[in-house]
Write a protein that binds this ligand. Structure first.
Ligand code: HSE
Length: 295
């Protein structure tokens, strides 16, 4: 079985823990039954071959356990094309992949909500997991009663560029620095901007995106993990970007643009390299399909 799961960018400026977008960059998991667990990893994080720590195997095992079934050992070849600990939803792909694989092996067909409930045991925020499962642009709302979400159209003329500094930031670390309280003014400003962002994307009025992606809830705190963040944003905007934001919990910088994606990526990377920071860029578009399994 081969499972392909898209990367995702979450938050997208003001939509903290709420907005997520699947993009055309994929981790691929090839699985076959075996007499023991065996893991081979190609690409990023090649050393994560311990089954007790590997997120794909842990979520796979959890599904068997929840169904009260003995676990079927597998040989896993994991092709990690998504940079790890960079804010691109790499761990969500492993969690979604492990759950999907176990469901298919067991021939148990769970709803997306049921799969997400399992996934939340490993990563308790929905904004990368939902796009990994569903693809596309997703709005999530989660409270004590459960999870509510809507998938919205995302304009396919927007390219999504990522500038990926060679710095790892764990989501735990990036959440720990956030404040417990925010001011009423900041909360209102975020409500206004996230509403403007969603409306601008739906109405394809891209002139307002730059204003709409500014954020008071996490960007001011997390930008300190991204060297020269404000200057890097200026470089992207000067080269034609429509919107620049921290991808997930960072340190990757996400960019929406209608044109000049190569130029924006290259100039951002050259800017950081000029400051002594290694970085790469990725050019993607929206992925509308989400997780795909081929048996
Ligand atoms: N919404 C999450 C955060 C995304 O910003 O912490 C990381 O998975």
């Amino acid at each position: 079985m081969r499972i392909k799961v898209p990367a995702s960018t979450s938050n997208i400026g003001p939509g903290f823990d709420t907005l997520g977008l699947a993009v055309s960059l994929y981790n691929i998991f090839e699985v076959e039954r075996s007499d023991r667990f065996e893991i081979e990893i190609q690409g990023y994080n090649g050393s994560m071959t311990d089954p007790d720590r590997n997120l794909f195997i842990r979520s796979y095992n959890r599904v068997f356990q929840l169904f009260g079934e003995g676990v079927t050992p597998i040989k896993l070849i994991q092709r990690n094309n998504i940079p790890v600990a960079r804010g691109l939803g790499s761990s969500a792909t492993a969690i979604a992949g492990g759950i999907e694989t176990a469901c298919r092996m067991l021939k148990r067909y769970l709803t997306v909500e049921e799969k997400l409930k399992i996934a939340f045991e490993f990563e308790p925020h929905p904004d990368n997991l939902l796009p990994a499962f569903l693809g596309g642009f997703v709005v999530a709302c989660m409270d004590g009663d459960g999870l509510y979400y809507e998938k919205l159209p995302f304009p396919d003329d927007i390219k999504i560029v990522f500038i990926v500094p060679d710095i790892k930031v764990s989501t735990e670390e990036a959440r720990a620095i956030l404040p417990d309280r925010v001011s009423f003014r900041d909360a209102v400003s975020n409500i206004q901007r996230v509403s403007l962002l969603i409306s601008s994307l739906i109405n394809k009025d891209f002139s307002k995106l730059r204003k709409a992606v500014s954020d008071n809830l996490h960007e001011p705190y997390r930008s300190r993990f991204i060297p020269y963040y404000d200057e890097l944003k200026d470089v992207c905007y000067r080269n034609g970007a429509e919107a620049v934001f921290i991808s997930g919990s960072g340190p990757t910088v996400g960019i929406f643009t209608l044109a000049g994606e190569e130029r924006i990526g290259r100039s951002g990377v050259e800017f950081l390299r000029g400051k002594g920071i290694r970085a790469d860029y990725l050019i993607t578009s929206v992925d509308e399909r989400g997780i795909l399994a081929e048996v």
